[in-house]
Every structure is written in structure tokens, then in C-alpha cells.
Design a protein around this ligand. Structure first.
Ligand SMILES: NC(=O)c1ccc[n+]([C@@H]2O[C@H](COP(=O)([O-])OP(=O)(O)OC[C@H]3O[C@@H](n4cnc5c(N)ncnc54)[C@H](OP(=O)(O)O)[C@@H]3O)[C@@H](O)[C@H]2O)c1
Length: 196
């Protein structure tokens, strides 16, 4: 599958690496193109042994156009900006939302109140608009933990559970193989209103 990663930081780089190692075609992007390039380079090195997955890098708009599925792995507070920047490129896309409502104040991580009593991905769906198909997943592990657990699962070891939530059944079905290929057991945990 063609996967566009927007935000090649701690989470996006590691998740993209797992997906490339599994044979998916991954396009890394970031506001810092050098970071995206480094993430693609690391993904190419780990997937070289399998001879499958490909990784490339470039600007976010190109990643958005490239991906059948997009991962928006930017911070909670950057999310509305990214959505405004990508605009129509997101229409109709399946978007994996791994974000937790955590912001930064004076260099410290702080929980952010989600507006209007919504769950975090319900709010992201609101920001993205109804035409974007949100599936929330990959938000429940720290990035290094995600990578280690995913590699273990991919190598035939015990698989960790990975819950996913969404209101679009077809989009959920499309994301399940990505979760499984990343080395996890996909667990349907319900709709966006039930998400954590
Ligand atoms: N880290 C965790 O433990 C963890 C665990 C589970 C879920 N998550 C979620 O995963 C998401 C990413 O977290 P992270 O820890 O990977 O953050 P991160 O390391 O800060 O990476 C986010 C990346 O997105 C980039 N970015 C910001 N605005 C952008 C834009 N407009 N266009 C393109 N790229 C942009 C950032 O660049 P700049 O630095 O230049 O702004 C940064 O490189 C968050 O929503 C977080 O809640 C994180």
C-alpha cells in the first residue's frame, strides 16, 4: 500500500520504518525535509534485508498526494495548521490519527482539553471535515516501544494488541492490514466516540 507520513518525528519515523520493512511503499515528509530524508534513509536500510518496502521523502503536500493512506503524525497543536496547509489533498483520504491531546508549555508536555466534550479523534475529524476518513490507532505506545514491539511481531514473536477506532467501516478495514503488517494484533475498539 502507498502510505504518506506527514511528520517524521519520533512516532512517524518509527511507524513508517515498520511499514516499509513490511513491504509498503512509504513517503516520509515533514516541515523539516532533512528529518524526512533521514527517516526514509533509516527505513530503506532496515527494509533492505527483505528486499521489499520502499521509502522516499519530500514535502508534505507530495506525501498527501502519494498516499492511499496518510498518517498525520504531527503534534496536537500543529494539527490544524497541517490540515490547512494540505487542504483539498486530504479529501476522501484515509487518515490515521495517532495524536494524543498533548501540548507544550515552557518546554514541558501538558494535557490539552479537547473542545466541546469530544474525544480527541472526534475533534480531529471535525478539523479535517466530513470528507476525510479518520481511523485512530498507533497512539497507545511510546515510539521506541512501538518500534520494538512491532519488530518482535514482524519477526514471529508475540504480538502486542493495537486498538483502532473509527466511524467509517471501510476505512477501518483498510487500516487493519497495516496494523497487522506493522507487527501487531489489530483490535477493533469501536467508534471515534469510544476512542482514547
Ligand atoms: N511521542 C510519543 O510518546 C507519542 C506516543 C503516542 C502518540 N504520539 C502522537 O504522535 C504525534 C507525533 O508525536 P511525536 O512525538 O512524533 O512528535 P515530534 O517528534 O515532535 O514529531 C512531529 C513532527 O511533525 C513536524 N511538523 C510540525 N508541523 C508540521 C507541518 N505543518 N507539516 C509537516 N510537519 C510538521 C514537526 O516538525 P517541527 O519540530 O519542525 O515542528 C516534527 O518533526 C503526536 O500527535 C503525538 O500525540 C506520540
Amino acid at each position: 500500500m502507498r502510505v504518506g507520513i506527514v511528520g517524521s518525528g519520533r512516532l512517524g519515523s518509527r511507524l513508517g520504518r515498520l511499514l516499509a520493512a513490511a513491504g509498503h511503499d512509504v513517503f516520509f515528509s515533514d516541515s523539516d525535509l532533512a528529518l524526512a530524508e533521514a527517516a526514509a534513509g533509516a527505513a530503506v536500510r532496515v527494509s533492505a534485508g527483505s528486499g521489499d518496502g520502499r521509502a522516499r521523502s519530500g514535502p508534505p503536500a507530495e506525501a498527501a498526494a502519494f498516499g492511499d493512506v496518510l498518517v498525520l503524525a504531527v503534534g496536537w497543536e500543529a494539527f490544524p495548521t497541517v490540515v490547512a496547509e494540505l487542504g483539498g489533498a486530504l479529501a476522501g483520504k484515509i487518515v490515521i490519527d495517532p495524536s494524543n491531546p498533548i501540548g507544550e508549555r515552557d518546554g514541558l508536555a501538558v494535557m490539552v482539553a479537547v473542545p466541546c466534550g469530544l474525544t480527541s479523534p472526534q475533534y480531529q475529524q471535525h478539523v479535517l471535515g466530513a470528507g476525510v476518513r479518520v481511523v485512530r490507532t498507533f497512539n497507545t505506545k511510546y515510539p521506541n516501544e512501538l518500534l520494538d514491539l512491532g519488530i518482535a511481531g514482524q519477526r514471529g514473536g508475540a504480538r502486542a494488541d493495537m486498538p483502532y477506532w473509527g466511524d467509517d467501516d471501510e476505512a477501518k478495514k483498510a487500516v487493519v492490514p497495516l496494523i497487522e503488517d506493522a507487527g501487531f494484533t489489530a483490535i477493533d475498539a469501536g467508534g471515534l466516540s469510544e476512542a482514547r
